[in-house]
Design a protein around this ligand. Structure first.
Ligand SMILES: [Zn+2]
Length: 65
């Protein structure tokens, strides 16, 4: 069985020391302090997860009219 945590840690080290480190961003979701690696082509991702924070922001916008 592969060591999933070890794989994630090794990947994080590569990201932090590699050319993608400027792609690490802070989530803009309300109340969320999550960091994420922006792997979108345009580098314009704003949330740690579209399914959680992205949806929260969308719903808040809809509620605000
Ligand atoms: Zn978030």
């Amino acid at each position: 069985m592969p060591d999933a945590l070890g794989v994630l840690a090794a990947d994080a080290v590569q990201v932090l020391g590699g050319p993608r480190r400027d792609r690490i961003k802070a989530c803009e979701g309300p109340g969320c302090a999550g960091l994420f690696l922006d792997t979108s082509r345009g580098g314009n991702r704003r949330w740690c997860s579209m399914n959680t924070c992205g949806n929260k922001v969308k719903k808040a916008r809809l509620a605000a009219g």
